[in-house]
Design a protein around this ligand. Structure first.
Ligand code: F6P
Length: 563
């Protein structure tokens, strides 16, 4: 028995995951479940949907189409308890430094709480500072909207360009697309992230410098892509307005690094700060959300925060067995670690959520793509899955073949709104019908006997039907979760995003990894500058592996440089 006084991290250090009693009993349980057929389970238990679905506010999670029984869920929750999930969650909310490789607290939940915890973290009085930044953001957003913030030549702002990458781009870009129905008419928001100059150039091509505001969004303010794009944007502005003073009316910065912002040439009065205890991939709730508030207005931005806060409360207060992020997270553990699945498909049947997958890829894969445990040892089990997907119905006509008939088992999430903001004829009914049809097809499948009989009824010979039928079989018994909501409004979107954030947190705790660092992005960044030099100077070619050297040499040759 582990004494309860230990801090959560100490607890985890004590027992490797595979030694936990619940892990061992899940291994046994999996053996018994290998032959489990969901179709039989639904036939035997007409209450299966009621038993294995859950509501939280506007969200309904149906997880009954999974290879689980009530015993599976009991054992998974036992694993969560033995892993110290509740303690670690509470430690996060208390502002403890659960990001132990960077010695940082993890407090994005404090950004969206109407009553913020009276915490002092890394010298910051959270309650006061968060409120101050939010107030400044609100004033700024309102001044742009009511036309009191003017460009250098006295014209109101019509276009906003958020320059950022990763967490300083994916979250705000995704939310702006998701909530386009709520967009303020006078402003259009654009996102530029890629180092490829094509991204900035094609965006600027349609814009007027006199009415364009640039938001340079970077937690560290050292990111190559963002600084390069921001410098090019500044040059574009200055070439048109020909006055260094114009920068102050057309550039604002969102960052934790005031010094670097000033060094770039943005006045600190045009800077909205956030803090080290806000991870990049969890930062859309902070100053990084400025582009969102400019697009949808302050009231709607607050509704987004309120939705996330509602999910935070649910995550903190609901028992594990009725806790949506915990259920989603533990189902992922069940498939990754016991069924051996490698990927996880996400299919929003909601065109406005078309950027959800890239956002979740960063959230999930940057958080849980780790191979070393809290005990500083290589893990001996799978951690974060490969996250992929696309909006329905597009995916159906592209890769669903593999989901239905491929050799791999793929856990999936389907998302759909009961009501569309922009109904056209009966298109939304068809959208919903397709979403439901896909999860039903994954579950039910279609047997060889049925297919053969159909083919013969259509006039095919029995021999030909026998030959063709195996190709048309749907094995079925394939898992899916369905998340249903009324319509995609700011509050619901806030809930959905916080749900996925907490799900990823849950899995990181179980896998005993640090979900809040990202050391894996560093090596490529370190190797790039010498390669950059080698591309243009023969003296700088330096030592590279044979392949990289061959490619550098070929690039130089194509550019007419000596090799
Ligand atoms: O390189 C990865 C990363 O550090 C992400 O974690 C982060 O969201 C992104 O780059 C952008 O970083 P920044 O906001 O500091 O520019």
């Amino acid at each position: 028995m582990i004494p309860s006084k230990l801090d959560p991290i100490q607890r985890l250090l004590m027992t490797p995951l595979k030694h936990l009693p619940a892990w061992k009993s899940l291994e046994q349980h999996y053996k018994a479940m290998r032959a489990f057929d969901m179709r039989t389970a639904f036939r035997k238990n007409p209450q299966r949907f009621e038993a294995l679905s859950l509501r939280c506010g506007d969200l309904l999670l149906d997880y009954s189409k999974n290879r689980i029984t009530s015993e599976t869920m009991t054992q998974l929750m036992q694993l969560a308890r033995e892993s110290g999930l509740e303690d670690t969650r509470d430690a996060m909310c208390r502002g403890e430094r659960i990001n132990f490789t960077e010695q940082r607290a993890v407090l994005h939940t404090a950004l969206r709480a109407p009553v913020r915890p009276p915490l002092i973290v890394e010298g910051v009085e959270i309650e006061h500072e968060v409120a101050t930044v939010l107030k400044r953001m609100q004033r700024f957003v309102e001044s742009v909207h009511n036309g009191s913030w003017l460009g250098y030549t006295g014209k109101p702002i019509r276009n906003v360009v958020n320059i950022g990458i990763g967490g300083s781009d994916l979250g705000p870009a995704m939310v702006c697309v998701a909530l386009d129905h709520y967009a303020v008419e006078s402003i259009r928001v654009h996102f530029v992230s890629n180092l490829d100059p094509a991204h900035l150039a094609s965006t600027l091509a349609t814009l007027d410098p006199e009415t364009t505001l640039f938001i340079v969004a970077s937690k560290t303010f050292t990111t190559l892509e963002t600084l390069a794009n921001a410098n090019s944007a500044k040059a574009w502005l200055l070439a048109a307005l020909r006055a260094p003073a114009a920068v102050a009316r057309h550039f604002v910065a969102l960052s934790t690094n005031a010094q670097a912002v000033e060094a770039f040439g943005i006045n600190p009065t045009n800077m909205f700060i956030f803090w080290d205890w806000v991870g990049g991939r969890d930062s859309l709730w902070s100053a990084i959300g400025l582009s969102i508030a400019l697009q949808i207005g302050w009231g709607n931005f607050q509704a987004l925060l309120a939705g996330a806060h509602a999910m935070d409360l649910h995550f903190k207060e609901a028992p594990l067995e009725a806790n949506m992020p915990v259920i989603l997270g533990m189902l992922g553990i069940w498939y990754s670690n016991f069924w051996g699945t490698d990927t996880y498909g996400i299919f929003p049947y909601d065109q406005r959520l078309r950027l959800l997958v890239p956002f979740l890829q960063q959230l999930d894969m940057e958080s849980n793509g780790k191979n070393v445990s809290r005990a500083n040892r290589l893990v001996n089990y799978n951690t974060g899955p490969i996250v992929w997907g696309a909006p329905g119905t597009n995916g159906q006509h592209a890769f669903f073949e593999l989901v239905h008939q491929g050799t791999r088992l793929i856990p999936t999430d389907f998302l759909m709104a009961a009501v569309n903001h922009t109904p056209l004829a009966d298109q939304h009914e068809w959208l919903l019908a397709n979403c439901l049809a896909q999860t039903e097809a994954l579950l039910k499948g279609k047997s060889r006997a049925v297919i053969e009989a159909e083919l013969i009824a259509q006039g095919m010979s029995s021999k030909a039907a026998k030959a063709l039928a195996p190709h048309k079989v749907f094995p079925g018994n394939r898992p899916s979760n369905t998340l249903l909501y009324q319509k995609l409004d700011p509050h619901t979107l806030g809930m959905l995003l916080a749900l996925y954030e907490h799900k990823v947190f849950v899995q990181g705790v179980i896998w005993q990894i640090n979900s809040f660092d990202q050391w894996g992005v560093e090596l490529g960044k370190q190797l790039a500058p010498p390669i950059r030099a080698a591309l243009s100077s023969v003296r700088a070619i330096g030592e590279h592996d044979g392949s990289t050297l061959g490619l550098i040499t070929d690039i130089r040759r194509r550019r007419g440089l000596s090799t």
